[in-house]
Design a protein around this ligand. Structure first.
Ligand SMILES: Cc1cc2nc3c(=O)[nH]c(=O)nc-3n(C[C@H](O)[C@H](O)[C@H](O)COP(=O)(O)OP(=O)(O)OC[C@H]3O[C@@H](n4cnc5c(N)ncnc54)[C@H](O)[C@@H]3O)c2cc1C
Length: 433
């Protein structure tokens, strides 16, 4: 059995960022980052759209913290990517309204963006005709063009964060699955599959799609459950690279659900894709039929005893799910959702699927989707649940916020305002959000 000061479960972008800051704050401490896969960012953090989102989509009264993290994340990722020689494509984004009702939503987004800290000059409202002068392939009623939005490769950014954390003194344990966490006196005992156990004074549960399961294992958040949605992509042919200069999103058709409709994506390397949809699946790793078949029975049983049963019985949810499943089965249906505003797209020219990623969304006992991230304290532990988009954008400042939360709760010491954490001072980052 081994001992450490802090164990962070989950080597996604959030766990990597937490280990990075903790290792810089306290180089002498034993900080261990545990990851079940062979490398970091194999799941949501390495399978997303790669956008550094400008915070205009988030209601400042409900998602203010996330919005502030996204705002601060933009400059931090830019600085970090440049320092590592990694690409940061400052390409901006276009959000389109397809009718006058949606145009009112764009106006609201603009107001939210300003309240969340974007400058007046960062966003421009255009009518459809004006937009076509610069983006002739995009057809819409109105558009919000935001310049402070960028494209990156979060998988390689996460890998570099982990390397930096290790250089600052943290230990990275890939290929280690934390299968059980139990309180043992004033510590947490972590069972690592095939390896043995590790005892930690303090544990951070940043296990992404499995963080709910890990929390439940410690008796935390038992009123909540996770439901999973696979976001699939189709790769556009190289000839479409010049269709637009920016990614193009549309106002979500159903704001009740916490995901956006498929968009036109320009990736950091200039390649283009359509996606992601949101197909209900049975596991956070349900990328294919075999893994879903394996997880189906236990997940259905769990759903029957939780609020997710109500979610699944809701006719509006069923209509949404049917639409998403249709766009999983039919390429034409999927591309058709983006053709509404880029009519030139020809489904026949999309020959390959992209890399799908899975969102893990928390549902409460009443069957409602939880709109925001949940940070819960447990015995000698902090649990981060429902950490969804724009989670990658805000991961760096959000990690410092979590460390401060743990310090305020007396779960963690060693917070030095002035400590240099790579190019940043710890206190400056936390105060920014
Ligand atoms: C389709 C899609 C598109 C998205 N697009 C964007 C975007 O453009 N911009 C943006 O900002 N955000 C985006 N997001 C959201 C963003 O990707 C996530 O919020 C973020 O990656 C979550 O990071 P994480 O570290 O919490 O989770 P993860 O990346 O899932 O990492 C959790 C890690 O924990 C490990 N793990 C789990 N259980 C255990 C265990 N018991 N023991 C050891 N290890 C364990 C897993 O293997 C995994 O590596 C998108 C998400 C999806 C799914």
């Amino acid at each position: 059995m081994k001992r450490c000061d802090v164990a962070i479960v989950g080597g996604g972008i959030l766990g990597a960022a937490i280990s990075y800051f903790m290792a810089h704050l306290n180089p002498g401490a034993d900080i261990v980052l545990i990851e079940r896969e062979r490398e970091a960012a194999c799941h949501a953090s390495g399978r997303n759209t790669g956008k550094v989102h400008a915070p205009y989509l988030y209601d400042p009264d409900k998602k203010g913290l996330f919005a502030r993290a996204a705002l601060a994340g933009y400059s931090m990722w830019k600085e970090y990517a440049h320092s590592k020689g990694l690409p940061f494509r400052d390409d901006g984004v276009i959000e389109v309204a397809l009718d006058p009702g949606q145009t009112a939503t764009l106006e609201k987004y603009r107001r939210w963006g300003i309240r969340n800290g974007l400058g007046e000059g960062d966003m421009t409202m255009l009518d459809g005709r004006d937009l076509r002068r610069t983006e002739p392939e995009v057809h819409c009623h109105a558009a919000l063009v935001c310049s402070r939005d960028a494209s990156v490769d979060y998988r390689s950014l996460t890998a570099h964060m982990v390397q930096d954390a290790v250089s600052a003194g943290a230990k990275f344990l890939p290929g280690h699955d934390a299968t059980a966490l139990t309180v043992a006196g004033d510590r947490v005992r972590i069972t690592l599959n095939r390896v043995g156990t590790l005892e930690a004074d303090f544990v951070v549960n940043a296990a992404g799609g499995r963080s709910m399961e890990v929390a439940h294992g410690m008796g935390i958040a038992t009123d909540y459950t996770n439901v999973y949605f696979r976001g699939e992509y189709w790769r556009a042919p190289p000839a479409y690279r010049t269709l637009t200069s920016k990614s193009v999103y549309s106002v979500p058709s159903n704001p009740r659900y916490p995901f956006l409709d498929p968009h036109w994506i320009v990736r950091v390397d200039g390649s283009c894709e359509v996606g992601p949809n949101a197909v209900p699946v049975f596991s956070p790793y349900g990328y294919d039929a075999a893994s879903n078949a394996r997880s189906m029975l236990p997940k259905v049983m769990e759903m029957l005893g939780s609020g997710a049963r109500r979610t699944a019985m809701d006719p509006e949810f069923q209509r949404m799910a049917a639409k998403e499943i249709r766009s999983s089965l039919s390429k034409r249906a999927m591309i058709g959702r983006v053709r509404r505003f880029i009519p030139r797209l020809d489904p026949a020219r999309f020959a390959r699927r992209g890399t799908a990623g899975i969102r893990s969304l928390a549902v409460d006992a009443g069957g409602a989707f939880v709109p925001d991230v949940m940070v819960m304290e447990g015995p000698h532990s902090l649990h981060i649940l429902n950490y969804n988009s724009p989670g990658a954008t805000g991961a760096l400042p959000f990690a410092t916020h979590l460390i401060r939360t743990a310090a305020d709760a007396g779960l963690y010491r060693n917070v030095l305002e002035d400590a240099a954490c790579g190019p940043w001072r710890f206190g400056e980052v936390t105060h920014a959000i």
